[in-house]
Design a protein around this ligand. Structure first.
Ligand code: PGA
Length: 262
């Protein structure tokens, strides 16, 4: 329960493999002096960089796909299957990011991707979150519908292998709206646990890992860690800067030590 995750979602960045390697080498250098024991650091690069990243042999970072197809080999132009990622040693995949929901992922696709990941021992990072937040709580129905459809047919024993991520679309850096407050994030995380409890049971709900994503940076990460509700972060823009991203990792790691001492 104490384990945390910090995930770099590079999206369609950077332009070249040289820059990709340089970000990771920079990150390794900044983290080399610090002992990161309880925080798993995942890198979700554009797939075309995966082979080069593997060749760097940096054990500190785990690889994550940004999106994977649930289809098997065959006529699926432009897609990369869960099995292909798995054969490269990729252990995680983002599923249902709002970018892919917007472009082509239906609720059916998201459910099938969760199934395919679990079948191939890839842990899905399931993104859920409302596009707009209203003051009457209707957005909560949106969150619960997204979870319910994503988990359709998924058995209780598989739930601990899913990493839930609350990502309100309005708080993502390119939405130009506003940052979520620590309180808003805690409320949503508690609500996600409630939905899991209703779908499965309380024990399962308590055991799930819930991350937060949406304009997380080195300046606001403490406000999200404060309540102790989140188990880490999915970071976009700030993950492209080794300095900023390492500060997020270190603050997350230190929050574990602080909680353990309390
Ligand atoms: P952001 O992206 O940190 O740039 O807001 C997060 C995400 O979209 O995963």
């Amino acid at each position: 329960m104490n384990e945390k995750y910090v995930i770099a979602n590079w999206k369609m960045n950077p332009d070249t493999t040289k820059e990709a390697k340089s970000i990771l080498q920079g990150l390794k250098k900044t983290l080399d002096k610090s002992k990161i024991k309880n925080t798993k650091v995942l890198i979700a690069p554009p797939s075309i960089f995966i082979r080069d990243i593997i060749s760097l042999k940096i054990k500190k970072f785990l690889l994550c796909a940004q999106n994977a197809s649930y289809n098997h080999i065959g006529s699926h132009t432009g897609e990369i299957s869960v099995e292909m990622f798995s054969s490269f040693g990729v252990g995680y995949s983002i599923v249902g990011h709002s970018d892919s929901r917007r472009s082509n992922d239906s609720l059916y696709d998201i459910n099938k991707k969760i199934e395919a990941c679990l079948k191939n021992k890839i842990k899905p990072i399931l993104c859920i979150g409302e596009s707009e937040k209203d003051n009457n709580g209707f957005y909560l129905k949106n969150i619960s519908d997204q979870i319910t459809s994503a988990l359709s047919g998924i058995s209780k024993k598989d739930i601990p292998n899913i990493i839930f991520t609350y990502e309100p679309v309005w708080a993502i850096s390119n939405s130009n709206q506003r940052n979520a407050t620590g309180e808003e994030v805690s409320e949503a995380v508690m609500f996600i646990r409630k939905v899991i409890s209703d779908l499965y049971d309380e024990k399962t709900a308590r055991s799930i890992v819930v991350l937060y994503g949406g304009s997380v940076d080195e300046g606001n990460v403490a406000s999200y860690l404060e309540s102790g509700e989140v188990s880490g972060f999915l970071v976009g823009k700030a993950s492209l800067s080794p300095e900023k991203f390492s500060k997020i990792i270190l603050q997350t790691e230190n929050s574990i030590k602080k909680n353990a001492n309390n």
